[in-house]
Design a protein around this ligand. Structure first.
Ligand SMILES: NC(=O)C1=CN([C@@H]2O[C@H](COP(=O)(O)OP(=O)(O)OC[C@H]3O[C@@H](n4cnc5c(N)ncnc54)[C@H](OP(=O)(O)O)[C@@H]3O)[C@@H](O)[C@H]2O)C=CC1
Ligand SMILES: O=C(CO)COP(=O)(O)O
Length: 349
């Protein structure tokens, strides 16, 4: 029987490794690209990626390599799983390797700082030969550690072409990984990216020991900010009540696995940005995304006070406690206010 073309997972960090494992367990041929030859060799030899996903077995059917061109050669699907700020540089050399049917799925969550583009927009920009309908994202509340342990997880495949979205849904679906589809690519990307800013804020709240009321307010008002920005960018409001909106926001603000939350907690306890980043080699997307989201919000006239506060703490030396006071003593306001940017009034399609 002919075997299906492989899926190429670009990036052998926590998430890329967990997705390659999940694909292999589902019986799909998978390849995993690590940028460092020694990292690829180590995973191939030990069938473990202890640096990024300790304890998880990488099935023998996952081909591991640091040869990017070889990894995408003949692959039907490219899964882009490197940090969002490196997506352009990693994928640009592959522009000539696109075939008519190539499906490209970003799982990197963030907004490029130089261009303020989401990762699927970066991919479309850097891969002009790709069919735009086949470029999208797979996002949602999905800590790699739990996916590797086959704990029940639900995510959303957002691609413009419905048949391709259904194909990606089917590819990743397993008894422990449930995949929904959503045509609202920009909404899913805004939800999945901006939640990292809110997770940093939630960690700061933990570090300052502000309590459960504060955390609940942060998540709720954070979702209001995410929704306002998303609507300004043309998203469907309903997306923000979904897995890539509320779902990913909740998991990242509360999970012990979240790197963004843990980073924020250290800053809340008094560490500088550099000190807090120094504790792990894993990416903390919320730092750069705070800068991009603030710029994007200002460009579109959307008020995002939590994002502004996180930016001032991370990039302008504001003490976290002073930021809390500033947020709590802002002028009195209604809960929904069109003057701050688009609000969901329940009438959107
Ligand atoms: N971890 C998770 O649970 C989830 C993560 N994501 C998203 O997936 C993306 C990847 O995250 P994750 O796997 O967790 O990250 P990790 O920090 O676990 O791993 C990062 C990986 O990317 C590589 N890398 C780092 N910088 C570059 C670069 N400039 N060019 C190429 N490769 C690079 C690293 O290689 P090296 O070892 O050589 O530095 C490493 O293999 C992020 O956008 C994240 O938000 C989404 C959902 C869940
Ligand atoms: O996006 C994630 C879970 O859905 C991962 O979040 P962290 O990067 O904060 O660990």
């Amino acid at each position: 029987m002919p075997t299906a073309p492989p899926t190429a997972v670009l990036g052998a960090g926590s998430w890329g490794t967990a997705l390659a494992i999940s694909l292999a367990r589902a019986g799909h041929p998978a390849r995993l690209w690590a940028r460092r030859e020694e990292a690829a060799a180590e995973i191939a030899r030990t069938r473990r990626n202890e640096a990024y996903l300790p304890g998880a077995d990488v099935p023998r059917t996952v081909e591991v390599s640091s040869d990017l061109e070889a990894v995408v050669g003949g692959a039907a699907v490219w899964v882009v799983a490197v940090p969002s700020q490196s997506v352009r540089a990693v994928v640009a050399p592959l522009a000539g390797r696109i075939e008519n049917e190539t499906v490209i799925v970003s799982v990197a969550k963030g907004i490029e700082t130089d261009t303020l583009l989401t990762t699927s927009a970066v991919l479309r920009d850097v891969l002009p030969a790709a069919d735009a309908g086949r470029v999208g994202v797979l996002y949602g509340p999905s800590h790699a550690e739990e996916v590797a342990q086959e704990r029940p997880t639900s995510v959303v495949a957002a691609l413009p072409d419905p048949d391709t979205a259904a194909f990606v849904q089917d590819l990743f679906m397993t008894p422990s990984l449930r995949v929904y589809t959503n045509p609202d690519v920009v909404g899913v990307e805004v939800g999945g990216s901006v939640k990292n800013v809110m997770a940093v804020a939630a960690g700061m709240s933990d570090g300052l020991d502000l309590g459960d009321n504060a955390k609940a307010a942060l998540v709720t008002r954070g979702l209001a900010e995410i929704t306002r920005l998303g609507l300004a960018l043309g998203a469907d409001a309903h997306t923000f009540a979904g897995l890539a909106g509320l779902g990913d926001l909740v998991v990242t603000c509360f999970s012990r696995h979240s790197r963004n939350r843990a980073f924020g907690e250290r800053v809340g306890r008094g560490e500088t940005r550099a000190e807090a980043l120094g504790h792990s080699t894993m990416v903390v997307e919320g730092v750069q995304t705070t800068a991009s989201v603030r710029a994007l919000a200002r460009r579109h006239g959307v008020e995002m006070p939590i994002t502004e506060a996180v930016w001032s703490i991370l990039f302008d030396g504001l003490a976290p406690r002073d930021a809390v006071e500033a947020l709590m003593t802002r002028s009195a306001a209604p809960e929904t206010d069109p003057a701050r940017g688009p609000a969901f009034d329940g009438t959107a399609a």
